[in-house]
Write a protein that binds this ligand. Structure first.
Ligand code: IFM
Length: 459
């Protein structure tokens, strides 16, 4: 008897990917005409980054990209998420184009395509040109046009080969950590009113960039962005706990910009959450209909960077309550990274309930671990394997329940510069020896290869 074929929750064109970002891996910080970025400024200031590490050399990917692409091919990736360094293309942020900068991404994109790997390009992963910061950066409304013009340059150069685009990576992080808490570049601690104004400009710049991609791409595109927020997972699947988790996921809090709805509602629904003016009071910026129209350019997928989250329950009166982690709950080597196995299921479900059904793309997910090369020459990162496995099972459940899936990008393809924490946290599928630049595939890379080969059937 022939058994009926079981439909895979992962569609045939599912992107099995890994990600990285320009400043974290490229190095070559001042080569071939690149201008300085806010991260060059920040990392060169003594005491700002753990052990005063910088991205000056990083993984030297700028010179070693061919080897890196071969390793991606060896893992079997069919997609790689890279970011473009804005100051490599436009050293001053606007105006004169640096052809050598564009040529690097030209070579990288060609190598990826030759290796059968689709480039998914992020236009901004935090390295704003320093000269634009000196003109006000995200606080200056002109940033909307600066980012739109930069997008046009990149899309005109790469759009014949690149179909998949993301505008911004994790706007809540570069706005909160960079402009409110001062621990990421540019290192500012601004009052909340200014932070919210910068956030609004960021979203408008996203909209302008989407419009520029659509206007200048010579081929059909797949466009989105990559916000982040901790997932909220109900402790039980009772209706009350699910509702409590949903409310917490989309709720806003005064004095922070971490709420997912602050970023996603204007993008997908064309309006800020109704509660925003009340929550933020006098700090709330003035927002016009035209601004919201620009921000809410239709997107092709729901992107989401997801690492961690919280468990939530309804208390006796039905009010949401965060359930503290059990002592000893598994974490990464960064404390904020808690293991929340069902995170991707609940994130996909809650987001699609609110924003409609579009392919859900996990634009980042990963674990920083204590990885080193063992005496047998291998890297036994069993915890990373287990972490990815559990999160992918959550994603698989979402797919099995009919939520459309578009892709999964492990963060990161290789160990790299983890911002304020320097090179200590290792997230990679590939181990990097920063002294020799030797790359070694970790066990997780071999395991992920099998997941990709079986199109998720081995999960
Ligand atoms: O390394 C970062 C990345 O740049 C943005 N998302 C989270 C990662 C791990 O912290």
């Amino acid at each position: 008897m022939k058994l009926p074929a079981v439909k895979s929750p992962f569609p045939p064109d599912f992107a099995w990917g890994a990600a990285a970002a320009a400043y974290q891996i490229e190095g070559a910080w001042n080569e071939d005409g690149k201008g300085p970025s806010v991260w060059d400024m920040m990392s060169h200031r003594p005491g700002k980054i753990e052990l005063n590490h910088t991205g000056d050399v990083a993984c030297d990917h700028y010179h070693r990209y061919a080897e890196d692409v071969s390793l991606m091919q060896a893992i079997g990736l069919n997609a790689y998420r890279l970011s473009i360094a804005w100051p490599r293309i436009l050293p001053d942020g606007t105006g004169t184009i640096n052809p050598k900068g564009l040529a690097f991404y030209d070579r990288l994109v060609d190598s990826l395509l030759e290796a059968g790997i689709q480039p998914w390009v992020t236009l901004f992963h935090w390295d704003m040109p320093l000269s634009l910061y000196q003109r006000g950066g995200w606080l200056n409304r002109e940033v909307v046009d600066w980012f739109g013009d930069y997008t046009k340059v990149v899309v005109e150069a790469l759009g014949d080969r690149v179909k998949h685009w993301m505008t911004l990576n994790e706007p809540p992080v570069f706005i909160a950590l960079g402009h409110l808490h001062g621990v990421h570049a540019p290192g500012d601690r601004l009052p909340m009113g200014q932070v919210l104004r910068a956030a609004h400009h960021t979203l408008m710049a996203h909209g302008q960039s989407v419009a520029a991609i659509r206007a200048h791409s010579p081929q059909p595109t797949f466009v989105g962005f990559a916000p982040t927020a901790g997932a909220k997972v109900p402790v039980t699947e009772s209706a009350a706990d699910i509702e409590a988790a949903r409310q917490t996921y989309f709720g806003l809090k005064k004095d922070t910009v971490w709420g997912l709805s602050l970023w996603n509602d204007p993008v997908y629904l064309g309006k800020y959450p109704d509660e925003a003016p009340e929550v933020y009071g006098d700090d709330w910026p003035s927002v016009s209909d035209a601004d919201l129209k620009l921000i809410s350019q239709p997107l092709d997928f729901i992107g989401y960077n997801c690492y961690t989250g919280d468990f939530v329950k309804a208390d006796a009166s039905g009010k949401p309550e965060i359930v503290p982690f059990e002592r000893g709950n598994p974490t990464g080597t960064l404390n904020w990274l808690q293991l929340i196995p069902d995170a991707l299921y609940w994130a996909a479900r809650f987001q699609m309930e609110r924003y409609g059904r579009k392919p859900f793309v996990v634009t980042e997910n990963g674990l920083c671990n204590l990885d080193w090369i063992a005496l047998d020459g291998k890297i036994h990162d069993a915890q990373r394997v287990d972490y990815i496995h559990r999160y992918l099972l959550g994603l698989k459940r979402a797919g099995s329940e009919g939520y459309p899936l578009g892709g999964y990008f492990y963060w990161s393809v290789m160990d790299n510069f983890e911002w304020a924490e320097g090179y200590r946290p290792r997230f990679g599928l590939i181990h990097v020896n920063y002294e020799t630049q030797k790359r070694t595939m970790k066990e997780s890379a071999h395991w992920y290869r099998e997941v990709i080969r079986t199109h998720g059937a081995c999960l």
